[in-house]
Design a protein around this ligand. Structure first.
Ligand code: FE2
Length: 412
């Protein structure tokens, strides 16, 4: 048994203690008399681990691999990746995937959903990701999406490659309808994704309407299909940028249907504010989906990193606090209540999206997985963009960090 004392939990005024046994939270109470190994958390905020529900681990640190993405658009990014991806070995891929995971882990992430490009008959990325998923399983939950980066139909045989990837062990079906060569092909890819999810009992995560084109409405079809099949909660719509440009009366109608299906939304604020609005002059769109309005309508929405230095986005380091900080600014979510609940956007909402919520959270009987922030309250955490002091997995430290020390040369 182990006891973590002087713990500040979200929404609780008094400090509490957490007793863990065999990697599980046994008790949470203000006083726990049991004599056992004791760790003093110093009144800092303890929250469930960060979740990154959308990351391309096969692309990390490839920004310098080929020609640069001069236009800064999504579509040139796809072209640049396509030109250079054939030169990578499984071993090289594994090394980069590991380094991406290491970076996220050191920022307190314990669950990642990664999209792996399967429009590659050699399955280089998928083979690497499947092996690494096994390697890191005690450190974090890694979900793999069979993602047809170059299209299910724009890439010949792409749909068959997605199916094969699911048989090989991918957890989720992906699609990229706005990249298919015609609207009908995009719609066909959504039908196919749902069909495959049902056939192989997999989750769904579609790169959906990642464009400012208001005519891009694949989200509507995806939502309708998963609603009819009753698998909305097992489905995620990533990006949905065009929904941020849609007409209000259309959005109003759709909100009702999203609530009905239980579909989850993933927004990548740093990525999409960088990639979208590129054809606009001024006023220039933000390129984000309606995060605030989805949240206000009780629809599950979360934030994700998406890229770490790849042909789509030159920066990114797995720091979810930075993603959150950008996200709440761009989505204008800073009422007192929104600030109080902001951390949900990079923790529990992501876990719900990944269908991990059953084993996630600061509750008795759940795995003792949590992180310690360098802050005494939710407000301080958000206002100071607080860093991580420790990450605990199954009751054991994955790492601890020293808080920043300042040597003053003036009187303060
Ligand atoms: Fe993505």
């Amino acid at each position: 048994m182990k006891k973590f004392v002087n713990v500040k939990l979200k929404g609780k005024k008094e400090l509490v203690s957490i007793l863990t046994e065999n990697g599980v939270i046994k008790r949470i109470a203000e006083q726990i008399p049991e004599e056992c190994e004791t760790v003093d958390i110093g009144g800092n905020l303890v929250i469930p681990p960060y979740v990154d529900p959308h990351l391309h681990l096969d692309y990390v640190f490839t920004a310098d691999m080929g020609e640069q993405n001069g236009s800064g658009t999504l579509f040139e990014g796809i072209q640049r990746w396509s030109e250079s991806k054939g030169n990578i070995t499984v071993e090289q891929m594994k090394e980069r995937i590991r380094s991406g995971i290491r970076k996220e882990m050191l920022h307190g992430v314990q669950a990642i959903r990664t999209h792996i490009d399967v429009t590659d008959p050699d399955f280089t990325g998928l083979k690497a990701a499947l092996e690494v998923r096994e390697e890191v399983k005690d450190m974090l939950d890694l979900q793999i999406v069979a993602f047809p980066q170059e299209g299910m139909y724009a890439y010949r045989g792409g749909d068959e490659l997605v199916e094969e990837a699911l048989k090989m062990g991918a957890d989720c079906v992906g699609a990229i309808p706005h990249f298919e060569l015609a609207r009908e092909f995009g719609e066909k890819s959504i039908h196919k994704a749902v069909e495959l999810a049902l056939k192989y009992d997999k989750l769904i995560d579609v790169h959906c309407d990642e464009t400012d084109d208001v005519q891009s409405r694949f989200l509507e079809l995806l939502n309708a299909l998963v609603l009819m099949e009753g698998i909305g909660t097992r489905t995620a719509a990533s990006h949905t940028c065009s929904f941020g440009s849609a007409d209000n009366s259309y959005a109003f109608r759709m909100m009702k249907l999203f609530r009905k299906s239980g579909i989850n939304f993933i927004s990548c604020p740093t990525e999409n504010i960088y990639l979208e609005g590129r054809q606009d002059t001024y006023p220039k769109r933000r390129g984000l989906t309606r995060v605030k309005e989805l949240n206000d309508n009780g629809i599950n929405v979360c934030f994700a990193q998406d890229s770490m230095s790849d042909p789509w986005y030159p920066l990114g380091n797995g720091n979810m606090m930075m993603i959150l900080d950008h996200g709440i600014h761009i989505a204008q979510m800073m009422s007192p209540e929104e600030i109080r609940n902001a951390l949900d956007l990079v923790t529990v909402n992501g876990a719900v999206t990944m269908n991990l919520a059953e084993h996630y959270g600061m509750e008795e009987g759940k795995p003792a997985n949590f992180i310690v922030l360098n802050a005494k309250s939710e407000f301080e955490a958000i206002c100071e963009r607080a860093g991580i002091l420790a990450s605990v997995r199954r009751g054991e430290f994955l790492f601890q960090k020293e808080p920043e020390k300042v040597k003053y040369y003036v009187s303060m």
